[in-house]
Design a protein around this ligand. Structure first.
Ligand code: HEC
Ligand code: HEC
Ligand code: HEC
Length: 426
């Protein structure tokens, strides 16, 4: 017994000592910002493409601010963090960062000065990125104009404002290191996995997190999560899509930010989709290939086109637009752009609402967000813009409209919590 408690005390003391030791990280000496001319044009161009996939500018740019100068607030359950200035300004940006310092931040989540970074910066995914891609990203960032912009101070609650606790978090949840290809899979699958799990950081939004903010794994991987009031839908067998996703329709969506069989990429997915449209097609094919392995197998004769025709006939064939208040609002406010395909094409893709994933989702959030906010920043301008109805429809009208779309278009029981949701999202 005595031996046991001695061993326990020794063990705990050892653990505390290990944590303290692990939580100390050396700074990396500052450098003079490298000359942009020291990077090749190819490296810079490739780095720009990689930065688009990684969404660096989406997070590291505040509204109305210059690209990559940071300062964007990132609300978390633990308080608010701000993104940093990634331009090569010596004092407020990463101008003094050597490649070794940049690589350590991406691979290990540690700043040049030796401070632990929080996983709101998706280093748990970026750790998978290979050396060559990191070099090209560095070349791109270091060749941007240096712009001074200080990062606002974080507003995190105690104890989360103690960056050293991230040593414990990393110990528990962080699987560090570049992507390891699976030899039993072919090259395309491995390429897709590298992009989705690495720079693409798709699961950062599409996987639910535990109470300490770490992504869940196993069946919870890609099981869907909430981002900025939007729902990032499940990308696995939990998908509620009206028409089952396939590798081919995934590819269509990744290529265009839109699929005829599912709808448009709006909200936080729109900038992701915009970044994807800049990637080489072989890479998008590889990503679709990899993502398809999370989906259930479809019968051999499954045809998304056949299912689409069925759904559209069912919906538009039996529509009674004027028999309910929701129906009247739809024909007045929406029908001009979202009709059955027979009328004039006003603007963009005119998604068929009969197949829109937003009507079939477990929660009304994405439908309500689109109605309230419209789509002002589509993934590609050719998709068209949808006006916001925040000011022209009141809560009651939006509730009636959402109920109508859910019942008459999707043929599903109305969502139970519409009143609460509309009030909250507005
Ligand atoms: C989801 C939002 C998000 C994305 C996408 C993102 N970052 Fe960040 N990044 C952050 C946040 C938040 C911080 C600050 C973290 C902290 O304070 O602990 C940060 C910090 C950093 C830092 C540390 C800077 C410093 O001064 O300490 C580097 C380097 C960095 N990001 C590079 C990148 C690169 C390169 C990309 C694109 C490949 C990228 N980030 C994409 C959110 C993001
Ligand atoms: C910043 C958060 C975020 C990131 C990162 C992100 N997504 Fe999304 N994604 C969303 C949201 C939110 C939606 C819902 C948007 C909508 O329906 O208009 C979505 C929708 C989708 C859909 C459509 C799902 C459906 O059933 O309608 C697919 C497919 C998808 N994302 C794939 C990806 C892939 C692949 C990546 C990585 C390259 C990725 N996403 C990265 C937030 C994100
Ligand atoms: C002026 C034309 C216009 C009007 C009016 C309009 N929309 Fe849209 N809507 C669009 C366009 C264009 C898109 C696709 C935008 C994109 O992908 O960039 C869209 C997209 C949508 C989507 C997302 C589709 C999907 O499958 O992901 C929904 C839902 C939607 N609209 C609902 C409505 C509702 C409800 C109304 C009426 C309150 C309405 N729209 C009125 C043009 C319009």
């Amino acid at each position: 017994m005595k031996n046991f408690s001695l061993a326990a005390i020794g063990g705990i003391a050892g653990l505390v000592a290990a944590c303290l030791l692990l939580s100390w990280q050396p700074g990396i000496a500052p450098i003079e910002p490298p000359e942009p001319a020291s990077f090749s044009a190819e490296a810079i161009a490739r780095g720009q493409q990689l930065a688009a996939l990684g969404g660096c500018a989406t997070c590291h740019t505040r509204d109305g601010g210059a690209a990559l100068t940071g300062g964007r607030a990132m609300p978390t359950p633990f308080g608010t963090l701000y993104t940093t200035n990634l331009t090569p300004d010596r004092d407020t940006g990463i101008g003094a960062w050597s490649f070794a310092a940049f690589k350590r931040a991406m691979r290990e989540g540690i700043s040049r000065e030796g401070a632990f970074l929080y996983p709101a910066f998706p280093y748990p995914a970026f750790t998978r990125v290979g050396d060559e891609d990191l070099r090209d990203l560095y070349a791109y960032l270091m060749s941007r104009p240096a712009i001074a912009a200080a990062t606002p101070d974080d507003r995190l609650r105690f104890p989360y404002n103690q960056r050293r606790i991230m040593a414990g978090w990393n110990f528990l949840f962080f699987d560090e290191g570049p992507f390891q290809p699976k030899p039993q899979r072919d090259a395309a699958w491995n390429r897709g996995a590298y992009l989705v799990e690495g720079l693409g950081h798709c699961s950062a939004c599409h996987s639910p997190r535990n109470v300490l903010g770490a992504e869940r794994s196993g069946r919870q991987r890609f099981a869907g999560a909430t981002v900025d009031g939007w729902q990032a839908p499940p990308l696995n067998e939990l998908s509620k899509s009206a028409i089952a996703w396939t590798q081919a329709t995934l590819l269509e969506y990744l290529r265009n930010g839109f699929s005829r069989y599912h709808g448009a990429a709006a909200g936080p997915m729109a900038p992701v989709a915009a970044g994807l449209t800049q990637q080489p097609d072989a890479d998008l094919q590889a990503m679709a290939r990899y993502l398809a392995t999370f989906l259930p197998e479809q019968p051999g004769d499954f045809s998304p086109e056949k299912r689409k025709v069925e759904l559209e006939q069912r919906t538009y064939g039996t529509l009674q637009p004027v028999s309910s208040s929701g129906g009247r609002i739809f024909s007045g406010a929406c029908m001009a752009c979202h009709h059955d395909g027979d009328g004039p094409r006003l603007d963009g893709v005119q998604p068929s609402l009969a197949v829109s994933g937003k009507l079939y989702a477990a929660t009304p959030d994405n439908l309500l967000k689109v109605i309230l906010e419209g789509i002002g920043n589509p993934a590609r301008p050719q998709l068209g813009y949808m006006p916001a109805f925040r000011h022209s429809l009141n809560n009651e009208q939006i509730i009636a409209l959402a109920r109508y779309l859910r019942e008459d278009f999707a043929g599903l029981p109305a969502w139970p919590d519409l009143e609460f949701k509309v009030a909250k999202l507005r």
